[in-house]
Structures are given as structure tokens and as C-alpha cells.
Design a protein around this ligand. Structure first.
Ligand SMILES: NC(=O)c1ccc[n+]([C@@H]2O[C@H](COP(=O)([O-])OP(=O)(O)OC[C@H]3O[C@@H](n4cnc5c(N)ncnc54)[C@H](O)[C@@H]3O)[C@@H](O)[C@H]2O)c1
Ligand SMILES: O=C(O)C[C@H](O)C(=O)O
Length: 348
């Protein structure tokens, strides 16, 4: 472990990938302009490890940690790590503006998580209001920031954010992202295990949304290609990816939902946003964004990230019959979650 951590430190000092244990994308610094990242909900189960991972990212020069409570401690703790980012903690609504001012990327893991037996939509009543008020502040204090929405239900919180920004006159569809990276992370892990291929080489697009059957992994496009998987294997992998969140909620037995894997996924996605802003080429991640690739106004698919955010929303590619069926089945649920979010802002 000592050697591993020393290699992290060396990698960070060099700003390059020094260890094969580490995802290369975390540590490559082609150029490093000043970049401010704000985490809203930074004292929570996701927020704390995400704050740690963003402090390790050499693309970040300023890290603002905001929550309604607990941020002074988290910020003091994380700030002692000897990496580039200057860390500041902000607590309570009166400090939200200062936390947001000048942000290039705002990551939102604020809100309540699921307990066993709940759906993500059961979180709507509490989280919709939280997201609405945070996005109102974003529109005021950093209208040009890229927003990475983690708070659930993502299928509704992203449309809520869009409506808030539209009302404020600041909406730019290229700058709003629902973070679905955890679905991709899971699909890659589960596929690698079943296909017996090296996990670090695996790529699997996951499209649709972020809840139950709206999560549609496209294993027909998975690489490296495996001819060993049967149709039953693909069905089981699809179901496990769709139920990945519930698997963690049940294992945590009332103590919340995925936090560590989510922090990892959130850090990967924020890193991709920063690389895009900095002009790195060929940065493509799946995300739930405003979209015209189906008849639904928001949809997760591969997105090319660039200096303005989502420069291009990529199409679905060719689908297997099983995936085509999955796509049709998910549309009614996704449509109604999107409409629920839009209606919430229009009526409140
Ligand atoms: N997109 C995904 O893939 C994904 C994955 C995992 C969890 N989630 C969601 O992320 C959210 C957070 O999960 P968690 O496990 O970190 O929960 P948590 O309860 O551990 O932490 C949430 C934090 O949000 C803070 N908070 C509440 N209201 C706030 C406000 N108005 N402003 C700022 N902060 C506020 C709380 O004080 C708390 O520290 C949940 O909605 C969960 O469902 C999404
Ligand atoms: O499942 C949850 O409630 C949290 C998150 O959306 C997940 O996919 O882990």
C-alpha cells in the first residue's frame, strides 16, 4: 500500500501516469489552466470521497466544498493533502454564492439517498426542492459552469435543472449533464467478470436514463468482443447493471446507497468535463443530456465533451433485437419522469 500511495504522489507531482494501477485519465495534464470545481453536498456519503478524488485531480486549481453542515471539517481535512487544488469549505445558504462564484464545473451530490424498498422516484419529493434551489443559485452565481447532476432521481432532476435555468434565462443545453457514469462503471465491471477479459480494456456504452429499466447497457457494442457470452448471459448482465444501485442499497441495509463507486464515477465524469474544457481531443463519455437522438427531450448516450461542454451528442449505433426491445420498453417510464421534473418547476 505504501508503494501504491507513493506512486500516486509521484504521478501527481509529474502530472502524468506513473503507475499502471491508476486510471491514466486521472493524471494526464496536457495543459493546466486555473479551474474551479464546486461540490454541493460535499459532506455527504458521496461528497466526501468525491472531494478527496477531486483534490487528487491536478486539473483542479480551486475546490469549493459546500453543504448545509459539516463542510469546515471536510475542507480542513482534504486541504492538508499536498496537491495543487486550494480547498475552501462553505456551509449554509448564505455561503452558497461564494462557493459557486467562478466555478467551471459544479458537481451536485446533494439530497437524500434510497433505503431498501424505495425507488429513486421515491426521493423526488425531497430532492426536487433541493436541486431546484441549488440550480437557482448556480444560475445567479456561475451561469456558465458545467453542471454534473448526481442527485436522484436523475431522470427528473436534470429536467428540473433545465427548467430552472430556462426560467433564469441562463439555460445552455451543452452545459447540463446527468451523471450516468456509474452505470457504465458497473457494466464494464460485470462484463469483464463474465467475459473474462481484462477490466481495464473494457468499454460498454450505457444509454437511456438512470433508473431500473431506463438503464440500457449496449453489450452488443462491448469491447473487447466476447463470443463466449450467450443470450442468457447478456440478459443477466443487463439486469445486474439495471439493478446495480438496488444491489448496493440492499447490501447497505438502510445505511444509504452507492457512495464510493459513485464518487469514483463522479470523479471520472468531472475529469472528462475538465479535459474537454481544456481542449483535450476525443473526450467521450455517456451522460443524460438534452437530446434529439430519440423522440425524448433528454436521453443518455455517448457525448463528445469539449471547450463548450457537450459539443456533440452521439447516436446509438446499431442495436441488437434485445436492445431495440429494451429501448422501446424504457421510453414510457423515462418520458413520465422527465415530464414530472418539468411540471415540478412550472408549478412551483
Ligand atoms: N447518479 C448516480 O448514479 C447516483 C449514485 C449514487 C447516489 N446518487 C444520489 O446522490 C444523492 C446523495 O447521496 P449520498 O449517499 O451522498 O447521500 P448523503 O445523505 O450521504 O449525503 C447527501 C448530502 O447532501 C447534503 N444536503 C442536503 N440538502 C442540501 C442542500 N440544500 N444543499 C447542499 N447540500 C445538501 C446533506 O447535508 C448531505 O451531506 C442521493 O440523491 C442519491 O440517490 C446518485
Ligand atoms: O441506487 C441508488 O439509489 C443510487 C444510485 O442511483 C445508484 O445507481 O447506485
Amino acid at each position: 500500500m505504501g508503494a501504491f500511495l507513493r506512486s500516486v504522489e509521484t504521478a501527481l507531482r509529474r502530472g502524468g501516469a506513473a503507475s499502471s494501477h491508476l486510471p491514466r485519465r486521472f493524471f494526464s495534464v496536457e495543459s493546466s489552466p486555473e479551474r474551479k470545481v464546486a461540490v454541493l453536498g460535499a459532506a455527504g456519503g458521496i461528497g466526501q470521497p468525491l472531494a478527496l478524488l477531486m483534490k487528487l485531480n491536478p486539473l483542479v486549481s480551486s475546490l469549493a466544498l459546500y453543504d448545509i453542515a459539516g463542510t469546515p471539517g471536510v475542507a480542513a481535512d482534504v486541504s492538508h493533502i499536498n496537491t495543487r487544488a486550494q480547498v475552501a469549505g462553505f456551509m449554509g445558504e448564505e455561503q452558497l454564492g461564494k462557493a459557486l462564484e467562478g466555478s467551471d464545473v459544479v458537481i451536485i451530490p446533494a439530497g437524500v439517498p434510497r433505503k431498501p424498498g424505495m425507488t429513486r422516484d421515491d426521493l423526488f419529493n425531497i430532492n426536487a426542492g433541493i436541486v431546484k434551489s441549488l440550480c437557482t443559485a448556480i444560475a445567479k452565481y456561475c451561469p456558465n459552469a458545467l453542471v454534473n447532476m448526481i442527485s436522484n432521481p436523475v431522470n427528473s432532476t436534470v429536467p428540473i435543472a433545465a427548467e430552472v435555468f430556462k426560467k433564469a434565462g441562463t439555460y445552455d443545453e451543452k452545459k447540463l449533464f446527468g451523471v450516468t457514469t456509474l452505470d457504465v462503471v458497473r457494466a464494464k465491471t460485470f462484463y469483464a467478470g463474465k467475459a473474462k477479459v481484462p477490466v481495464e480494456e473494457v468499454d460498454v456504452p450505457v444509454v437511456g436514463g438512470h433508473a431500473g429499466i431506463t438503464i440500457l447497457p449496449l453489450f452488443s457494442q462491448a469491447t473487447p468482443v466476447s463470443n463466449a457470452l450467450t443470450d442468457e448471459d447478456i440478459k443477466a448482465l443487463t439486469k445486474r447493471t439495471q439493478d446495480g444501485g438496488t444491489e448496493v442499497v440492499e447490501a447497505k441495509a438502510g445505511k444509504g446507497s452507492a457512495t464510493l463507486s459513485m464518487a469514483y464515477a463522479g470523479a471520472i465524469f468531472a475529469d472528462a468535463c475538465l479535459k474537454g474544457l481544456n481542449g483535450a481531443p476525443d473526450i467521450v463519455e455517456c451522460s443524460f443530456v438534452q437530446s434529439s437522438i430519440t423522440e425524448l427531450p433528454f436521453f443518455a448516450s455517448k457525448v463528445r465533451l469539449g471547450k463548450n461542454g457537450a459539443e456533440e451528442v452521439l447516436g446509438l449505433g446499431s442495436l441488437s433485437d434485445y436492445e431495440k426491445q429494451g429501448l422501446e420498453s424504457l421510453k414510457p417510464e423515462l418520458k413520465s419522469s422527465i415530464e414530472k421534473g418539468i411540471k415540478f418547476v412550472q408549478e412551483n
